[in-house]
Design a protein around this ligand. Structure first.
Ligand code: ATP
Ligand code: MG
Length: 445
């Protein structure tokens, strides 16, 4: 590895920062192994990257020189920034542990940032061109020396690299340590140094898979895709479950859920959608039970069917997008009566959030524009004008006595269709040439 690093100064790699530093011992090892696995899987479609773990960092290294090196590394960094467990990912130049190499990489980075061809030490920028430039860019160098053997400490390194940049870029740059527009980060590690500017912030959380498996009930609404995402964020491997009521609901409503899954697959790929026919359940409830209890009865049936599928596919918990107090079916009493139909733990990750917060999150993860498309969900049909807000378990059980619950559950579970969705959504593009926000990779204790 040492030789490899030495032979390829200024190699473009992705530097990944990860969190959950509170994890200890076996948990930490498990976290790191899962993160490395998930990162490798996430960037595999882009090209051959090897994943190497450093303390508090992972490095994605192209396994061979790639024709479109930098562009590919930029895309890999953006892909890595959608992996749970990642706090930030950034394209970085990996160089040998020598000041001259670090300076050269910093020049390369700044030249790219300024939209110039890289300038070597013997070729200062053309003075006439420089004079016609816009006002100097305020910048600072931010060094971190994790390797105490390195001869310069971080302040000395800041000074040396900063002075070198000023020498080479002259009037294009000025030092401003308080309000820099450009930050050049230098990280000195055991075997190599990394030089980079801003990072793509990641979602944090835990790598998918470390917490077990859950089945997330997803309507076409705003809330449940966010709830599913929150489950993924805490390390759950998630399958989605959607109940459709074709022909009362349309094929478009069903397709919408597949597109929601495609948006979520950016964070969890591949993602499976379990499609279940709910039409008969809904018809039976509507025909035989008091209408004010309709929604509660439907939710209880959904949980029973979900439990049945979870038995079969090995999910330990269910996830819903339920909140507290939004609607009649989400009073504490209603939730409690609904909950008693489930055999498994039901996670409701949105319970502490206001609608505005949920909407903001839905926008961030890209599900919002799909969720607000107007196709009817099964539960918006058959909804009573005055749904019960304080149902008793007795009244609900009495109503259910009029249904053949076991065969309805069985028939619905038998209607299962599994749709596998890959990450087909393009990642949001940076406008060409635009600098990334200069968010530093915070040093870790
Ligand atoms: P959402 O925005 O997710 O629809 P909501 O706050 O509007 O949630 P409801 O529509 O009452 O609440 O649904 C409560 C929860 O029940 C949903 O978040 C979802 O987990 C589950 N759910 C409702 N309808 C369906 C469906 N057709 N398929 C799967 N799950 C559903
Ligand atoms: Mg809804």
């Amino acid at each position: 590895m040492e030789d490899e690093v030495r032979a390829s100064p200024g190699r473009a790699v992705v530097l990944v920062r990860f969190g959950e530093i509170a994890l200890k011992g076996d948990n930490r090892r498990q976290f790191e192994q899962a993160l490395a696995r998930n990162l490798a899987a996430r960037v595999r479609p882009l090209g051959p990257f090897a994943v190497r773990t450093l303390y508090g960092r992972m490095v994605l290294e192209p396994e061979r020189p790639l024709p479109d090196g930098a562009g590919l590394v930029e895309r890999a960094a953006r892909a890595a920034s959608c992996v749970f467990g990642v706090v930030g990912a950034v394209p970085a130049l990996q160089v040998p542990l020598e000041v001259e190499h670090i300076c050269r990489a910093a020049r390369q980075l700044v030249a790219a940032w300024l939209g110039l061809a890289a300038t070597g030490p013997a070729e200062p920028p053309n003075a006439a061109a420089a004079a016609s430039q816009a006002p100097p860019v305020p910048f600072k160098v931010n060094s971190r020396r994790a390797n105490r053997q390195f001869p310069l400490d971080s302040l000395e390194l800041n000074r040396v690299v900063g002075a070198d940049l000023l020498r080479h870029f002259g009037p294009r740059l000025r030092v401003d340590v308080h309000h820099p527009r450009l930050q050049v980060h230098v990280e000195v590690r055991e075997r190599e140094a990394f030089v980079y500017d801003g990072e793509h912030p990641g979602p944090g959380g835990l790598p998918v898979g470390v917490s077990g498996r859950a089945l997330a009930l997803v309507s076409g609404g705003i809330d449940s895709p966010v709830a599913a995402w929150m489950g993924m964020k805490r390390g759950l491997e998630v399958d989605l479950l959607h109940f459709h009521a074709i022909p009362f609901t349309t094929q478009q409503a069903r397709d919408k859920v597949v597109r929601l899954a495609a948006a979520l697959a950016r964070w969890h790929s591949p993602l499976r959608v379990f499609m279940v026919r709910f039409t008969e359940v809904q018809k039976e409830i509507y025909a035989r039970c008091p209408h004010p209890l309709g929604v509660i009865l439907m939710r209880r049936m959904m949980l029973r069917i979900a439990d049945r599928l979870a038995d079969r596919f090995g999910h330990e918990a269910l996830i819903t997008g339920e909140n507290l107090g939004q609607v009649a079916s989400q009073t504490l009493r209603s939730l409690s009566v609904v909950n008693q139909a489930a055999r498994r733990l039901v996670l409701r990750p949105l319970v502490g959030w206001d609608k505005e917060e949920i909407i903001r999150q839905a926008r961030t993860i890209g599900t919002y524009p799909i969720s607000i498309e107007p196709f009817e969900d099964c539960c918006t049909l058959f909804v009573a004008r005055h749904p019960a807000t304080h149902p008793t378990l007795e009244a609900v059980q009495e109503a259910e006595a009029r249904l053949d619950v076991p065969s309805l559950v069985q028939a619905a579970a038998d209607s299962l269709e599994v749709v596998a969705v890959d990450d087909g959504t393009p990642l949001p593009e940076q406008p060409a040439g635009a600098p990334r926000p200069a968010a530093p990779m915070e040093p870790q204790a």
